[in-house]
Design a binder for this molecule. Structure first.
Ligand code: MN
Length: 440
């Protein structure tokens, strides 16, 4: 994919809020989600974020505001999930993006512009549903910094498993408990083996954690038995979102040998409402390489394009808002910040690894990148790393509280954005989830 006029940093919209400094949703972004008016009985339908508004793709489709392949794509996106749009493939996604860009651009006029304008809904008045019917959810483990930090806590004698630098590791997660941002969840019950105990205990999770991740959605998918090679892997990716892989560390560390996470992860996964397309992310692609003195990817996980532009430079941050923050009207405290560019494997490598044995990916499937931790302590993407396994208090300066793990009433907010000189700043919005007390 090459840069085109939809990436022009000088492009402006007739919609003033799309030109505001610091907006997540300028005309160069145009991310997709599924929405309806808050508290209404309207059907959920596809939408595109622009400034402080949402473009109603069902209204755009009905009004015939776009034509050709873009009209077919808008029609597919008018439903209550985007699986059919994703199944159409990159040419259709791009045709709709370009058609909407042309209608939104400063100076645009005509019946299409009038129809699109009539289909705008203020973002403040909408609620979201999951962007796809998630048939399958897989979570990878591709930050070497996270793997080392957690490995030192879980397996001090063998912090980095011998496979990590050779394979993008993952587990198959649970699609049914993926929820949209804003959905609260109960602290999970389960079994844990406390340090030094002779027998496990059953009870509410005492080491509840978040994981700062990105998710990405699959486009057309592949037939069972037909792997996706590296040269085609990125064409299978519709776009990226923010993802929080909530984790019950006490349950997880007791149960995960030898088959991997089960109840420690399957109670809830939160995704952000907006999916930023790979075309919108194009200005922020960065080279990928393993350090020269570390194992190099096997040939099936390597390609010139992946070396040249396999990474994505997305800035990420985690904030915690406690009951006290809310009661006293204080802003959430920032716990950490990092970039997705530090990841040890790319999203293309994840797609190829997932399918190399013959596994079929389907339109709308959700893949998580694994916790995103950068090279320094301040860039850790989970509280178990910041609190070094619960041994170090993390201060919340705004309220004077501190944490080692999450408490009831805590909300965790993930944010992501891309910015650099010579390109428009684009954002992902936020992913938010709040911990409710366990039902024991
Ligand atoms: Mn995870």
């Amino acid at each position: 994919m090459a840069l085109n006029h939809t990436h022009d940093p000088a492009a402006k919209s007739w919609l003033e809020s799309a030109n505001a400094a610091g907006t997540d949703f300028p005309i160069q972004n145009l991310p997709f989600g599924v929405f309806r008016r808050k508290g209404s009985n309207e059907a959920f339908r596809g939408g595109v974020a622009i400034g402080d508004q949402v473009i109603d793709l069902a209204a755009v489709s009905r009004a015939g505001a776009v034509s050709g392949l873009a009209a077919q794509a808008a029609n597919a996106a008018a439903k209550d999930a985007l699986n059919d749009l994703m199944a159409m493939g990159p040419a259709a996604w791009s045709a709709l993006r370009h058609a909407l860009f042309d209608l939104l651009r400063e100076g645009a006029s005509g019946p299409g512009v009038q129809a699109l304008r009539a289909g705008l809904v203020p973002m403040a008045d909408v609620e979201y549903s999951l962007p796809t019917r998630v048939g399958n959810y897989t979570d990878f483990y591709t930050s070497i910094h996270h793997a080392r930090n957690v490995g030192r806590i879980a397996r001090p004698d063998d912090p980095l498993t011998s496979n990590f630098q050779w394979i993008p590791i993952a587990y198959h997660g649970r699609a049914s408990s993926v929820v949209i941002s804003g959905t609260p969840f109960r602290r999970p019950m389960g079994q844990a083996m406390p340090p030094g105990a002779k027998a496990p205990v059953y009870g509410a999770c005492k080491r509840l954690d978040y994981e700062l991740e990105m998710g990405f959605y699959i486009g057309q998918g592949n037939r069972q038995g037909e792997p996706v090679p590296m040269a085609e892997a990125e064409q299978q990716i519709f776009g990226m979102c923010l993802l929080n892989d909530w984790s019950a560390r006490d349950h997880q560390f007791w149960e995960m040998a030898p088959l991997g996470p089960f109840l420690g992860k399957n109670f809830c996964t939160t995704v952000s409402p907006w999916i930023v397309t790979m075309e919108a992310l194009e200005p922020y692609r960065v080279p990928f390489a393993h350090p020269a003195d570390e194992p190099q990817p096997l040939a099936y996980l390597d390609s010139p394009a992946n070396r040249e532009r396999g990474g994505v430079d997305v800035q990420l941050e985690v904030r915690l808002e406690s009951k006290q923050h809310r009661a006293r009207g204080l802003s959430a405290d920032r716990l950490s910040a990092t970039s997705f560019r530090h990841q040890y494997w790319t999203i293309g490598q994840m797609v190829t690894q997932h399918t190399v044995g013959g596994c079929n990916l389907q339109p709308g499937d959700l893949l998580g990148t694994g916790t995103i931790s950068g090279p320094t302590y301040e860039e850790a993407g989970a509280i178990v790393e910041l609190s070094v396994g619960g041994t170090k208090q993390i201060p919340l300066p705004a309220t004077g509280e501190s944490r080692t793990f999450l408490e009831d009433g805590d909300a965790v907010i993930l944010r992501g954005w891309c910015e650099k000189p010579g390109a428009a700043r684009i954002g992902f919005g936020e992913s938010r989830g709040e911990v409710l007390p366990a039902i024991g």
